[in-house]
Design a protein. Sequence first.
Length: 338
Amino acid sequence: MLVLGIETSCDETGVALYEVGRGLLGHALYSQARMHAVYGGVVPELASRDHIRRVLPLIEQILESSGKKLGDIDAIAYTQGPGLAGALLVGASIAESLAFALNVPALRIHHLEGHLLSPLLEESPPPFPFVALLVSGGHTQLMRVGGLGDYELLGDTLDDAAGEAFDKTAKLLGLPYPGGPAISKLAESGCPGKFHLPRPMLGSGDLNFSFSGLKTSVLNLVTHHQPLSEQIRADIARAFQDAVVEVLVGKSMAALKHTGLERLVVSGGVGANRQLRQSLNHAATEHGCSVFYPRLEFCTDNGAMIAFAGAMRLQRQTVGDHAFSVKPRWDLADLTAP
């Protein structure tokens, strides 16, 4: 079974082909980051228009590079939500129209389920059950994953997610969008311990997150140390990253203890952060646990995770007609097993 995956939830257009029994045949990604950087963040209308320009050429590209034809496709998976409504509608309309024309099923995939399952694309995938730390865009969540569609929300962000805090802090420090990579690079030259920022909700006794107050603390530091030297900026970036990493690691270890599980899956854009990976690996070793990550290219939004999630669901669910809608807001815990 050959599944075409299409991802258009925000500012990256992703297309991939996944074949059951063979694995990922190929994937292609176009990032709009440079276009949105001019505005300091994603402009939804521009994102939608650019998806329209990119999806079909990327499909043609991935078919040619994989040695496949449209007629070889057995199903088309696409991101139904959550995400930007206009961007989602581009992927949904193209996927459903193409599926109708080819007379194949269309599979509506939850964006976060795609991220959550992305480490299963690796050569040594984690077996179910496991705890998942989802740190993607506006989401920072801890989930207990018992199997496909078996998701229990353990903890959620109460305000700003980690990714949003990275972007907002980067803006305060005069760094370009997207903020995550820029903060991480600057933090490498920062002095650990020069500044100490709060670790929000680390001792709250639950598994929830809150990062808006951390951003406010950064603002106070920036205001107090004007004009900012390059070293001060780097020291603040390091202090911010240290705080976020400590909270994410502490909550993740608490979730493993709470569930009694010994496997942690980390996915989403912030999961590419080098310091976070090093700290999680160290903490997991101390606790006798294992941590699994997707490869770096699959941490950000991509078509491979959607194609893979579609292939898993195709084998277990019935597929209806080609009427469709998108879900800009959609809780992963509401998703059911096929």
